[in-house]
Structures are given as C-alpha cells and as structure tokens.
Design a protein around this ligand. Structure first.
Ligand code: NAD
Length: 260
C-alpha cells in the first residue's frame, strides 16, 4: 500500500525544524511549514523550497501555546492540504533561571509550547493515521529529556515529559503501523542558543565564538555542535520502512553528552 507521506513540522521556519523540512523535501516527502514568523517570511521559505526541491509547501503561522489555536491549525491543514501522516513536534523555546526566581508565566508557556502542544497535535493527527494504518510521530525532545542542567527547570520538565508522553503514544499505536519516538539533540547551532551563548560569553569574558567552544566543552566529548541537518537525516530514517520497529525510543544525537 502506498501512503501519502505528508509531514507537518512545527517550528519549521528556523533551526532544527527548518533543517528537518529541507531533508524531508529533498527526499520526496511533502512538507507543511509552520512557525511564528509572518506569512511573508513563511512564503519566502516556501518559494525557496520550490526552487531547490521542486515542492512548494503550505505555510501556517500559528502560536501553538493555546490548545484552541492548535485545533484551528489542524482543521485548516486538513482542509487545505490533507491529513498529515508524519507529525514532527519540534517548536520549542528556552528560558534559564534558578527555580526560586523562575517566572510562573514563563514556566506555563514552556510547558504549553514544548510539551502540551505535542499532545494536542498528536491527538488530532492520530485518527487519520490510524485510518490509514501508517503514521510517524517524531517529538524533538533534548538531552534535557534524559538528564538535567541547572537553571532549566521548565525546559527539563517539558522535555522529560515529552519522553514519557511519546512512550505512551508508542505503546497505544504499535500494532497500528504507527511509531512514536523522541529525538534528543545535544548542543545544536541554532538561534535558540543565542541567549545562552551571550550569557556564557559575559560570565566568562570571552567572545561569542569562544563561548560556543566553551558550551560544547562543558558537556559533550565530541568537540562540535550537532548540525541541524544531521537531526533531519535521523528524522528521515524514522520515516522509512526500515524503522517500523523503532518505537517508544528516546534517541540521543548529542556528541556523547548522555554517555557520561
Ligand atoms: P529555533 O529558535 O531556531 O526555532 C524555534 C522554532 O519554533 C521557530 O520556527 C519558531 O517560529 C517556533 N516557535 C517558537 N515558539 C512558538 C510558538 N509559541 N508557536 C509556534 N511556533 C513557535 O530553535 P531550535 O534550536 O531549532 O529548536 C527546535 C527544537 O529543538 C526545540 O524543541 C528545542 O527545544 C529542541 N532542541 C534544541 C537544541 C539546540 O541546541 N538548539 C538542543 C536540543 C533540543
């Protein structure tokens, strides 16, 4: 049976999500772009995809911090493009602070975007995947879904939660042709790290470039950032037939960070 591989990648205007969308499009999957950026910015990316990959994706601009907004987003996608058979829950934000100073509203926002949004897209996408007998849910967790770091209470809680949520989704759907997995990246060179790099540079009185080296050395034995495209290639493999028995996992791509 041939299945339409139609992939929604949340947060695909930047960083890891954009790289996953590029790898998917280059390899013949249909992609749906999503993010916070303006329609104009999203359409510019879609136009570039058309030129580079011969596939012009739809772009949806939606803040996914509210369940109702995600419901409207999924309705529009179903009406305008079709039911996604691959959902990559990638959109995420970061904020660092000790627990006692962590702003409660920021905690709520991180849990909403980094964890609850994956529940909402999954619950809304699963019925069509079950009907088709094929589906892939790929949740972009983090090394911080497996281990902790100081000052990242909400991020670690959300990313650990995502690993647990993914395991349940995998168990419930393992006999239905649907897999659910987490990818757990270590330091990856994207705009998400800019604030942490600035803070590291200030605290250690170093340049932005030296801060990059410092962050890597602090955690991972492999001396380079993970490239966003490498995460795209792993996500692509999870969409393949060869990966149909890989489900319920949390796969680190972290330069050995979690081997400690
Ligand atoms: P990024 O800042 O480059 O991109 C984030 C994307 O999420 C953007 O497309 C943005 O529009 C979207 N987004 C943010 N808030 C949103 C909201 N409220 N509603 C809708 N979209 C929203 O970040 P990145 O580094 O590419 O991170 C992508 C994912 O990878 C995140 O879940 C992050 O936690 C995870 N991750 C990143 C790293 C890293 O080192 N960069 C490491 C491990 C995990």
């Amino acid at each position: 049976m041939s299945v339409r591989k139609l992939a929604l990648i949340t947060g695909s205007t930047s960083g890891i999500g954009l790289a996953i969308a590029e790898v998917f499009a280059r390899n013949g999957l249909e992609v749906i772009l999503h993010g916070l950026e303006s329609i104009q910015e999203g359409e510019a990316i879609a136009q570039r995809f058309d030129t580079e990959f011969g596939h012009r994706p739809h772009y949806f601009q939606t803040d996914i911090s509210q369940p109702e907004a995600i419901e409207r987003l999924m309705e529009r996608i179903n009406e305008e493009v079709g039911a996604p058979t691959v959902v990559v829950n990638n959109a995420g934000i970061q904020f660092t602070s000790p627990v006692q100073d962590f702003p409660p509203q920021t905690w709520d926002k991180i849990i909403a975007i980094n964890l609850s949004a994956a529940f909402h897209t999954s619950r809304l996408a699963l019925p069509a995947m079950i009907d088709q007998g094929w589906g892939r849910i790929i949740n972009i967790s983090s090394v911080h879904g497996l281990v902790a770091s100081v000052n990242k209470a909400a991020y670690c809680a959300a990313k650990h939660g995502l690993v647990g949520f993914t395991r349940v989704t995998a168990l419930e759907n393992a006999a239905k042709g649907i897999t659910a997995n987490c990818i757990c990246p270590g330091w990856t060179d994207t705009p998400l790290l800019v604030d942490q790099l600035k803070e590291f540079a200030e605290q250690n009185n170093t340049s932005f470039e030296e801060a990059k080296r410092g962050l890597i050395n602090a955690k991972a034995p492999y001396p380079e950032f993970v490239a966003p495209a490498e995460i795209g290639e792993l996500a692509l493999f999870l969409c393949s037939d060869a990966a149909k028995a890989i489900t319920g996992t949390a796969l680190p791509i972290d330069g050995g960070w979690t081997a400690h």
